[in-house]
Structure formats: C-alpha cells, structure tokens
Write a protein that binds this ligand. Structure first.
Ligand code: NAP
Length: 331
C-alpha cells in the first residue's frame, strides 16, 4: 500500500499583487528535512516588510524564484525531525530559525531550516518574541556593530547616531543595541510612540510629522556620525546638513535613487556617504541576540498576534506600516 504523506495547513501566494486577498490557504505535504536540515513544528512566525514587497513585485525579476511562495522567514518552534548530518539538535529542542530567504516557508504548521541557521531557544525567549527577533534584530545588529562599528560592551569611542523608524521592527532593536554601546541616540517615530522609544533608551526623540522631525534635526544640535535609516527614501539634502564631517547614512530601504547617489559620492570622493545595506543573515549573529535577550539586555516588542487562519489581517497590518514592534502569526 502506498505511504500516506502527512499534510499541513500553509498559506501562499501564486502571483504578483493582490495584497491580503492574494494569500491562499492550502493543505500541502509536510516538508522533509535534507541531511543538514531540521524540521520545525512552528509555534510563531514574524512578518517583515520584505515578505509583502516580494508579493508586490518590488524584487522582480529576482524574487520569488518561483510561484507559489509561502511567505515569512522568521520562525520559532520545536524540532520534530532532523536530517542524518545534523549534530546540534534533536526532536524536542526549542529553537528559532532563519528560513531560506529566497524560498520562505513560515506561514505554515511546519518548515525546514538549515542546522547552521537554527539556534537553541532558552525559556527566557518565548516563541513570539523569538520569531520577532530574527530578521529585524539581525538587521539592527549588522547596522550597529558591523557598519557603524559600535561595540556592544560600550568600549568604543562615543558616537552620535540617529535611528529613523525607531518604533518599527528594526528600529526598536537598533535603539536598544546602540544604548549597550557608547552612543548618544536620537530617534524618529510618530507622536504616539515617543514614550515607547524613550523607554528603549533613546536620548532624544523626534516626531517625524513635525518640521524638526521631517528635517531630522537633533534638538541639542548634535551632528550624526551614523544614521540607521529604515524610513522611506529621503532626499540627500535632508541628511547632509545633519551629518558630522565623515557622517554615514546606512540605508535599509535602498532603491535606484540611493544607488545613484552612492555611485556619485564614490566617484567624487565625498566624505559624507550614503551606504546601502542588505542583511546577510547568519546563525552565529542570532546566537548573540538570543544571549542578549537571555541576559535581559534586549527585548523584542510584540505589536500584535494573529492566528494563521487570519493571516490576511496580519499581512494588511504590516503593509499599512503602522506596527509598533513586530507582527506575529501563530499556526
Ligand atoms: N536592507 C535590509 O537588509 C533590510 C532588512 C530589514 C528591513 N529592511 C527595511 O527596513 C524598513 C523598516 O523595516 P521594519 O520592519 O522596521 O518596518 P516596520 O516595523 O513596518 O515599521 C513600522 C514603523 O515605522 C514608523 N514610521 C513610518 N514612517 C516613518 C517615518 N517617516 N519616520 C519615522 N518612523 C516612521 C511607523 O510609525 P507610525 O505608525 O507612528 O507611523 C511604525 O511604527 C523596511 O522598508 C524594510 O523593508 C531592510
């Protein structure tokens, strides 16, 4: 008799566009882990703007590699099966994992992840916070430590740093990480989130809808050594007067305009620079973040949680761009 393959509830999109209505609920086979992969029973997944930008076709023609695409790359859950070459994990282990960003897979009951992109999840990291930590936390960590060169033990020189979108997934992690280093943090967010961003440790907070906020002007007149920029593309003329002599803008939302400014600045040996950044997600960096959460030095704030059966509402919320912290989906 033919073996009956176990199936699972998953949600995917089959073409570009369509927003929440373009998400389809399907019943498909549970994936089988390859030799260096673990199979995870998902307890929580988190949404990043990247997920719906792929659906909108903003990364055409590169992504998705093929349709249908199951969105979401950040998952937390329990290992239920391991490939023959897996050494670090066994069934029953609680983990968080970065799924293959080209393929996704998080809007489902089960997903496979590479062993090297999977990290043990201690009891101090519940599944929703664990899932919310991944892409947003890794992006903040890469910008803060690798690009801005801030040392998380506070041993580096004092730097003035601006974080735009400080109430969002990346921004709220970035503010906290910067305050572990030796930094003066200015932040922008909407009026409703000013107290929240101050509670994360920001020294000065600007409402982005005021003239000062739109101009990114530090209330104390500080010039920024770095700007970690997660809001939409701003004209260079807004950044330039606010930067120190060799100030850098770490651009997380780089488009064609950014690429052109970057090329022009390189050709003209400009001292102030726009630096496009793309996350390179690494398991070892996720270990650093988990350790910080375990030690109570970093927290992931949850905006809202939705069951997988209502994932369309979570998708619409993320597209709306009004989340404070992370949006979580639970199977
Ligand atoms: N380059 C990379 O590798 C990389 C990695 C991760 C993310 N990203 C990109 O980084 C961007 C931010 O991602 P995210 O996950 O942090 O976004 P998010 O969580 O969706 O950000 C939402 C927050 O942004 C605030 N906001 C909106 N416009 C603002 C403005 N002009 N100034 C200040 N705050 C503003 C909103 O506040 P209100 O509700 O008050 O408006 C809301 O709290 C996205 O474009 C994402 O695609 C890039």
């Amino acid at each position: 008799m033919a073996e009956v393959k176990p199936t699972m509830h998953a949600v995917w999109f089959e073409r570009y566009g369509g927003g929440p209505a373009g998400l389809k609920h399907v019943n498909i086979p549970v994936p089988v882990p390859k030799k260096d992969e673990v199979l995870i029973k998902i307890e929580a997944a988190s949404i990043n703007p990247y997920d719906w930008k792929v659906q909108e076709g903003q990364l055409k023609p590169f992504l998705p590699r093929k349709f249908p695409q199951i969105p979401a790359n950040d998952v937390a859950g329990e290992v239920v099966k391991v490939g023959p070459a897996v050494k670090k994990f066994k069934p029953g282990n609680k983990v968080i994992a970065i799924l293959n960003c080209l393929v996704g897979g998080g809007f489902a009951e089960f997903a496979v992840a590479k062993e090297c992109q999977t990290v043990a999840r201690p009891p101090e990291v519940p599944a929703p916070e664990g899932a919310g930590l991944i892409i947003a936390g890794l992006t903040a960590l890469q910008a803060v430590t690798q690009v801005a060169g801030v040392k998380l033990d506070g041993s580096g020189p004092l730097k003035n740093i601006l974080v735009t979108n400080a109430s969002g997934g990346v921004g709220h992690h970035a503010v906290q990480l910067l305050k572990l280093g030796n930094t003066h943090v200015t932040a922008t967010c909407g009026a409703r989130n000013i107290d929240f961003v101050k509670s994360l440790g920001a020294d000065e907070v600007l409402d982005y809808r005021t003239p000062e906020g739109a101009a990114l002007r530090s209330p104390s007149g500080k010039k920024y050594d770095y700007v970690i920029h997660g809001a939409h593309e701003f004209p260079w003329s807004v950044f330039e007067p606010n930067l120190s002599a060799r100030g850098r803008v770490i651009e997380l939302t780089a488009g064609l305009k950014t690429a052109m400014i970057y090329a022009f600045q390189k050709l003209t040996f400009s001292k102030k620079l726009l630096v496009p950044m793309v996350l390179s997600p690494k398991g070892e960096n996720l270990e650093i973040l988990v350790k910080l959460v375990k030690e109570g030095k970093l927290k992931t704030v949850i905006d809202s949680k939705y069951p997988l059966s209502k994932v369309e509402d979570a998708w619409a919320k993320s597209i709306g761009g009004r989340a404070t912290g992370k949006i979580i989906v639970e199977p």
